[in-house]
Design a protein around this ligand. Structure first.
Ligand code: NAI
Length: 445
């Protein structure tokens, strides 16, 4: 039996950051990982899609070249080069994580760890025991149980990131975060993209007015949306669904992307540890990410709280602080998020819709990209920001879409963590000309 201070199962952003932080603080850590380090985020999620999104952004700029005084530009799109660049970005970051995990206090074991009991895991026939265990096993794509001929392949986002050739027609099931990002990217790549979504509006996390504007923007760029539509079958030809009027419609497609959510990655051996979990809701945790077995914690997608890489990272740091007996001021309730479409969207805290649902009094201040000097200079005049506060001026949230919306929302996040009011924000000097003035203008209005 090998004894250590902390066992971490999974080396995604939750697991590897927790390991690094614990090791720097003197804990001996063993990390188990069956695949590449970096998890979904690095290998088949955030990072590769951002590499693709950058390609898409360049293509969009090239398609508008004449606006910038560049007449007669021509280019040839090479998906293989796009994929190679993406793989190089991943490889470089993966090497960085492997270096972090080579810390003398960390042992990385490339094997599947299975719980034997609440203090022991087994891997490759060896037993390991620790006083604390962090489960950070991530999530897997959900799929719809639909009729489908054997010859029709249905892709998940990982498959699409390594696709051999650019599909002419892509049908995406689900207008959530993954669906919208891939719709935006492949539309820019030149694919004919159709999105079929069950709900009335895309991106339920986002203010519905902003979500609608973003959808309309992608529509204008060429993406076709079928909202309030329920997929009934996948055929050799494409995707069959019932539209909002009750008509059966078939969308012909060369490739189909299933993007209907992700499910926590749980395993039967979890039952040997004795904590509560389910396939649908993941591992049950309290506000300190502690499972129902107090020395075992679950961080990241597997607890199904917020399936975001930065949520996993900060949950991990918070857990390690507890193990070390340290207090911290990490506000896990203030969780910014971004959707990297063109233009991007981002949010933190409450939206107008959630205030209304909660029957809460609020003030909504708006600001538009079209009134911002830098945005016009960049030819990025599309965008709206809504700053939500209490009648007393406490910032409750901010939702936006427009170029670099994520950077603006990050500022609001920082201010919310420090309980800054809208009036105080209006008194903070913002550099001119920058997009950050969109936020400042909202606060001043
Ligand atoms: P999601 O939960 O964001 O969206 C799934 C969408 O599929 C929903 O709009 C839902 O109504 C729709 N849907 C479900 N069943 C359907 C059906 N039968 N027919 C048509 N539509 C249907 O899930 P998504 O986009 O797969 O993303 C998974 C997770 O990954 C999310 O938790 C997301 O936060 C995370 N993620 C985060 C990113 C970011 O932060 N930029 C990027 C990509 C993923």
């Amino acid at each position: 039996m090998i004894q250590t201070d902390l066992i971490i199962i999974g080396a995604g952003p939750g697991g590897y950051r927790a390991a690094e932080y614990a090791a720097k603080n003197g804990l001996k850590v063993i990390v188990f990982e069956t695949s590449h380090v970096g998890g979904t985020c690095l290998n088949v999620g955030c990072i590769p899609t951002k590499s693709f999104a950058r390609d898409a952004e360049i293509i969009q700029t090239l398609n508008n070249a004449e606006t910038f005084g560049l007449n007669g530009l021509d280019y040839e799109f090479d998906i293989q080069k796009v994929i190679r660049r993406k793989d190089e970005v991943i490889a470089s970051l993966r090497a960085g994580i492997e270096t972090l995990l080579s810390h003398p206090n960390i042992t990385l074991i490339k094997a599947e760890a299975q719980f034997k009991d609440a203090h022991t895991v087994t891997a490759d026939g060896e037993e390991y025991s620790a006083s604390h265990i962090i489960v950070a096993t991530g999530s897997v794509p959900k799929t719809l149980r639909l009729e489908k001929p054997a010859e029709r392949r249905v892709l998940d986002s990982s498959d699409l990131l390594s696709i051999g050739e650019l599909p002419e027609r892509l049908c995406i099931i689900g207008a959530g975060v993954i669906g919208m990002e891939f719709a935006s990217i492949f539309n820019a790549f030149g694919t004919e993209v159709t999105v079929v979504e069950f709900l009335k509006e895309c991106l339920p996390v986002l203010d519905s007015d902003i979500a609608k504007r973003l959808r309309k923007s992608l529509e204008k760029q060429g993406v076709t949306f079928h909202m309030q539509s329920s997929v009934t079958a996948i055929t050799k030809a494409g995707v069959v669904f019932t539209d909002k009027k009750g008509n059966a419609v078939t969308i012909e497609a060369d490739e189909v992307l299933m993007a209907v959510g992700r499910a926590p990655r749980v395993f039967d051996h979890f039952s040997k540890a004795g904590f509560e979990y389910s396939e649908r809701t993941g591992i049950a945790v309290n506000e300190h990410l502690q499972t129902t077995v107090p020395h075992i914690y679950a961080i990241g997608d597997v607890n199904a709280r917020q399936m975001l890489a930065h949520a996993a990272e900060m949950q991990g740091i918070h857990v390690v602080n507890q193990i070390l007996g340290k207090t911290d001021e990490i506000r896990l309730d203030i969780m910014p998020a971004a959707i990297f479409t063109l233009p991007e969207a981002a949010c933190v805290g409450l939206s107008e819709d959630s205030c209304k649902e909660q029957g809460r009094e609020y003030v909504c201040k708006k600001s538009f990209w079209r009134a911002n000097g830098k945005a016009l200079a960049m030819n990025e005049s599309e965008g709206l920001l809504k700053l939500i506060s209490s009648p007393q001026g406490d910032i409750l949230g901010c939702h936006a879409y427009g170029a670099h919306a994520a950077d603006l929302i990050q500022e609001v996040s920082a201010l919310m963590c420090r309980n800054t009011t809208v009036e105080q924000l209006a008194h903070i000097i913002h550099i001119h000309p920058t997009l950050s003035e969109v936020l400042h203008s909202a606060a001043e209005s």
